[in-house]
Design a protein around this ligand. Sequence first.
Ligand code: SME
Length: 154
Amino acid sequence: MSIKRKFILTLKEIEKIVNTTNLDSRGKVKEILKFLRKNFEKYNWIGIYLLQGDKLFLYEYEGNRETQHKVISLDKGLCGLAAREKRIINVSDVSLNPYYLECFPETKSELVVPIFKDGIVIGEIDIDSYKLNAFDSNDEWFISKVANLISEII
Ligand code: SME
């Protein structure tokens, strides 16, 4: 199966989670993160940060470990950069990026995708990978679609 096809099928499953009546918002987000992590090996740690004022607050995550960065100021890290500049940040080698805020020593690359509601950034999806150069434009497209679905429930 092509990766694009896998992404499309996954989006259909995520839509089902969004539309289920059995879970509250947090439960749906948790389920979506679990589903993503289970299906994409290179998505090692996935978190949702929500923007409040000039800070990002960790809402839910799926991964082996907790991050010490549960609150990130807008002027810090790749997470701050994505929210500030309202754009996707895709870093193929975090060791070379001056904005990078380390959470896990294993992380080699990172993708941060803003979540928009009515054109305003309300949060973001942050994915760490233990692989170098893990994310390409297909991942950017896919995670942007996931961000749109998540914006419907938070
Ligand atoms: N690396 C991020 C911080 C969040 S952790 O990856 C969970 C950054 O540079 O903003």
